[in-house]
Design a binder for this molecule. Sequence first.
Ligand SMILES: Cc1cc2nc3c(=O)[nH]c(=O)nc-3n(C[C@H](O)[C@H](O)[C@H](O)COP(=O)(O)OP(=O)(O)OC[C@H]3O[C@@H](n4cnc5c(N)ncnc54)[C@H](O)[C@@H]3O)c2cc1C
Length: 240
Amino acid sequence: MRWQQARIAGIVPRSKTVSSFFFDLPEPFDFLAGQHVVVRLTAPDGYRAQRSYSIASAPGARSRIELAIERLDDGEVSPFFHDVAEVGDEIEIGGPIGGHFVWTVADGGPVLLIAGGAGVVPLLSMLRHRAGEGATTPMALLFSARTKADVLFREELSGLAARDDGFELQLTLTREASPPPGAFSRRIDPDMILEVTRRLPGPPRRAYICGSNAFCERAADGALAAGIDAGDIRTERYGA
Ligand SMILES: Cc1cc2nc3c(=O)[nH]c(=O)nc-3n(C[C@H](O)[C@H](O)[C@H](O)COP(=O)(O)OP(=O)(O)OC[C@H]3O[C@@H](n4cnc5c(N)ncnc54)[C@H](O)[C@@H]3O)c2cc1C
């Protein structure tokens, strides 16, 4: 893997628990929407920890990439970013990595995207790529979050949906007292996935599912029940 010392160029809060970290890359690289990088931290005593983070930026960013990192209170690496890391810090980054969970405009569609929480990050890269290329590939994103305030990139996603160019956004909020009109207010289930799939102009050529292990299992079962072939379902599991 190619490693380099990237510099934190900016930190932008996205929700109570997630912030975007922008990294300047001294050795710019090409990447595909959906790929991730590995971040490696080394303590003064030589102890090392490394974790994977999806690239949120659209391909083409090359010299500055955005990672959106969720703070897990009992985690090792993610609290470091939220509590310790500052603009100007140098962090080791390896990659880009991943050839399975990727989408290019040439891959076409229709495409079903299903995200749980921070799992929206690689799917956002795909949507940014689609918009940046002026593509009209039919895409539908079913995004599950706890509350309205936890819907990462909500304004940007709503803005993309408002372009009316073949992208549909469907939120489901599992713990929101007053969900916005049109949002579901339950955990994802096969009926919900079927309903969103039917909004596409034809059967999805591919489904991309990203979130926790449990979320991915549930969503993949729902996608199968909606008639999507197992071979067309790609999942990215963030762990626990
Ligand atoms: C391809 C890929 C892309 C990813 N992209 C993103 C992304 O874009 N954004 C993002 O926020 N995350 C992403 N992740 C998840 C990320 O890699 C980390 O797993 C996450 O940030 C947690 O790391 P941590 O060091 O903070 O927590 P960890 O220390 O790894 O702990 C994670 C959880 O496991 C539990 N745990 C830790 N050790 C043990 C143990 N010994 N026994 C039982 N439980 C334990 C902890 O309680 C904690 O809740 C991605 C993961 C993958 C594989």
